[in-house]
Design a protein around this ligand. Structure first.
Ligand SMILES: [Zn+2]
Length: 230
């Protein structure tokens, strides 16, 4: 994926600069930084292509959280404890799966932490512990069931992002989801997935390695990639 020169986040155009190899904060060297007030993201030019992409995703997540910072009880250093693992894990999912947000097409399955989860779009109501929910994950059979009746692709994609984040959190269970002053874990996941959806869609940002890094010029045929992406 080509790192763009600017990126729109919540209606603001953030410039992306790659000219400072000595990015530091609190005397600590870092791969990327986001400046919320001046709307800029800096990424170290000395990184590999993959590290730059993951750093961009990392700073996008910071930007989403800062946008809604008043929701969170915790301070910045705790935020880093969440952003670091979730950006690495999400990057791995995005690189290896054609999620289809940019192309506006539905994936039939998604590989997460080595497991293939089939996506079951259901016209019937979906329940979890007796309550009607938008999606439910069957962790034994590896099926994500989404009640998709009356929903457009955008709404379903946002729920797919919800389910990916929930699966990462449930399967690992050892990274810290920031506390929300007045909300639940699923409220927080909803904030993050909506922010990610908006940024990826508005900026045609597709981390999937089969699609973007080569701009369609690589030797691998795109139809073969989509046939084998499970
Ligand atoms: Zn960070």
């Amino acid at each position: 994926m080509k790192i763009p020169e600017k990126i729109r986040i919540s209606g603001f155009d953030f410039t992306i600069e790659q000219n400072d190899p000595n990015l530091t904060i609190h005397a600590r060297h870092c791969a990327g930084l986001v400046y919320h007030d001046s709307c800029s993201i800096k990424i170290s030019p000395d990184l590999s292509q993959e590290h730059k992409e993951e750093s961009l995703l990392h700073e996008m997540i910071h930007a989403i959280l800062r946008e809604r910072f008043h929701f969170f009880k915790k301070d910045w250093l705790d935020e880093e404890d969440f952003v670091r693992p979730i950006s690495l894990l999400l990057y791995d999912v995005f690189v290896n799966n054609d999620i289809g947000i940019v192309a506006n097409k539905m994936p039939s399955s998604i590989c997460i932490l080595g497991y293939k989860y089939d996506i079951n779009l259901s016209s019937h109501p979906v329940f979890h512990n007796g309550s009607r929910v938008y999606f439910v994950v069957d962790y034994n059979k590896c099926i994500i069931s989404i009640e998709s009746d009356d929903m457009n692709h955008q709404a379903v994609h946002k729920i797919i992002l919800d389910s990916i984040i929930e699966i990462l959190h449930t399967r690992l269970g050892n990274f810290d989801i920031p506390s929300i002053s007045d909300g639940t874990t699923s409220d927080f996941i909803g904030i993050l997935s909506r922010g990610l959806y908006q940024i990826m869609k508005d900026n045609n940002l597709d981390f999937y390695r089969g699609r973007c890094s080569c701009q369609g010029q690589c030797a691998m045929d795109a139809s073969l990639l989509s046939a084998t992406d499970a």
